[in-house]
Design a protein around this ligand. Structure first.
Ligand code: GLC
Length: 500
């Protein structure tokens, strides 16, 4: 809900918490607040830290292009450029019923997708929220949980009113498994987890074939499914968006994590030249671009807050690009700036601030809410700070917080534009133009995010940047996974499995 100018209301956050909006302000209270001038001075400092000039962006794009090329040439590079064994574009005529299981950064989703051809589809789905414990538990437990959820879904959707199965004896439902973490693939239904990202730390899984682990859970629960494809959310988004609009050439996820996929000519993927795949084929590449500039940190402008986010994460050094952009980290970056100003005695003097001092309490959803606050008094921001952190703010402070959110959100969008520009530049898409299928909470919910990405593209390319447009993508993890399962079936039936 958007806060009205008068009266109170409430909003519900993605985490399910609700917050009342107060219309009261605290200007007159006798607390030692920072003056308007002090806040303006501080803002100038953060402006210079978080602003990316067009020139700097172009330098990042060049370095990015080199990393993409290197990842195609040699295995195990920082940006791994993973061959997905998804061959070419869908025809748009793919059809049939497919199950999709989507293990994302926040939720687990089970979908039944009916592809109707001509770029059309229908979908039924159930979502489960993953707990923090599940994200750090044993691998087998996580895959067993996936299988359990799948079982409930099949029991509900494939039985008649008397509880009898609607499946023929021995019938297996084809399933696409969307596993949105970096995996080395040597065929479509296999994938060795390189490393967890997005804060996951599930044990005994890195370095193992996650498709096989999930298959074992499927067997344990005796589910009538055959897992035909293991896919990344970006690859699914690429294929699903192209299914409905063939102008789509690139897909990007701006969610808990940030990553992109695009279609490459097999002859340019030097590192798999020895597999004997037809040189004329094309294959989708899952870039895993969130890893750009990891470890060496040579190209990205990291502030001291970004360095703290990195060093206190469960994977220091890794996912350097993602840590500046994705929904998992933006709130934390802003919180660290606030904490610095608390320590310096600038903010909230005389108030209890311990609620703000816990890492990751400041959700990225708060940044979206702060930026979209329509009231002159910034009532939404009052609500956030009083309700969640029990601190009182002045208008000058609230304006500062809003401006800070804008700086952090804008930097994320402009850096994302650099990634898109690198793929566009490398593939030569600028003159003819293309669509970029985009999805994820930041893209869908953060006000102005898409516009800022477009501004960034124009800063890099000049007017021609207008030829590149992001559009809200089709659901890649559900629909995309179903289309890929259908495409894989066609290849299998034609004897083209595993990879020739
Ligand atoms: C992280 C994952 C990547 C995924 C992205 C978006 O970057 O490593 O596989 O595509 O998040 O969900």
């Amino acid at each position: 809900m958007v806060a009205s100018r008068r009266g109170s209301g409430s909003i519900t956050l993605p985490t399910g918490q609700t917050m009342a909006i107060h219309t009261r302000t605290h200007e007159e209270e006798d607390l030692p607040h920072a003056t308007k001038k002090t806040m303006a001075d501080h803002l100038r400092k953060y402006e210079s830290l978080f602003t990316l000039t067009p020139q700097r962006m172009r330098m990042i794009v060049e370095a990015f292009k080199d990393s993409l090329e290197l990842g195609l040439q040699k295995p195990k590079q920082v940006v791994p450029m993973i061959p997905t064994f998804v061959f070419g574009w869908p025809t748009g005529q793919e059809s049939g019923d497919f199950l999709a299981l989507d293990l994302g950064g926040t939720n687990l989703r089970v979908c039944l997708v009916t592809l109707q051809g001509e770029g059309k589809f229908e979908m039924t789905q159930t979502k489960y929220r993953l707990t923090e414990e599940q994200k750090q538990d044993e691998g087998t437990k996580l895959f067993d949980f996936c299988a359990e959820c799948l079982k409930t879904f099949i029991d509900t959707n494939f039985t008649d009113e008397d509880g009898n199965s609607l499946l023929k004896p021995g019938e297996l439902l084809p399933l696409g498994f969307t596993f949105s973490y970096p995996c080395y693939q040597t065929r479509i239904d296999h994938g060795e987890l390189i490393r967890w990202t997005k804060g996951f730390g599930v044990k005994n899984t890195e370095g193992r074939d996650v498709a096989e682990m999930f298959r074992q859970s499927i067997e344990k629960y005796e589910l009538p499914v055959q897992m035909t494809a293991l896919i990344n959310d970006t690859t699914g988004t690429l294929i699903a968006s192209h299914y409905v609009n063939p102008k789509t050439k690139i897909a990007v996820i701006f969610g808990t994590g940030c990553n992109a996929a695009y279609m490459e000519d097999v002859k340019n993927i030097e590192k798999i030249n020895d597999l004997g795949i037809n040189e004329k084929d094309q294959m989708a590449i899952n870039c895993e671009w969130g890893a750009f500039d990891s470890f060496e940190h040579e190209h990205l402008p990291r502030t001291k807050y970004d360095i703290i986010v990195d060093e206190t994460s469960n994977k220091p050094g890794e996912q350097a690009f993602e840590k500046l952009i994705s929904g998992r980290y933006l709130g934390e970056i802003l919180r660290l700036v606030i904490c610095e100003l608390i320590d310096e005695g600038v903010l909230f003097l005389g108030q209890e601030t311990y609620k703000l001092e816990t890492p990751y309490v400041f959700e990225t959803a708060f940044l979206s809410l702060m930026e979209s606050d329509p009231t002159d008094e910034l009532l939404m921001i009052i609500g956030i700070f009083t309700h969640f952190f029990a601190v009182e703010t002045t208008l000058a402070e609230r304006q500062f917080f809003r401006a800070l959110a804008m700086l952090i959100g804008r930097r994320a969008a402009r850096l994302s534009a650099c990634g898109i520009a690198a793929i566009v530049g490398k593939m030569g898409y600028l003159d003819e133009g293309c669509l970029v299928g985009a999805d994820g909470s930041l893209y869908n919910k953060y006000p102005g995010f898409a516009d800022r990405v477009h501004e960034g593209l124009i800063d890099v390319f000049g007017e021609k940047g207008n030829n590149i447009k992001t559009v809200h993508a089709e659901d890649g993890s559900g629909v995309g996974s179903a289309i890929i399962a259908a495409m894989t079936k066609v290849r299998r039936d034609a004897g083209l499995y595993p990879n020739v």
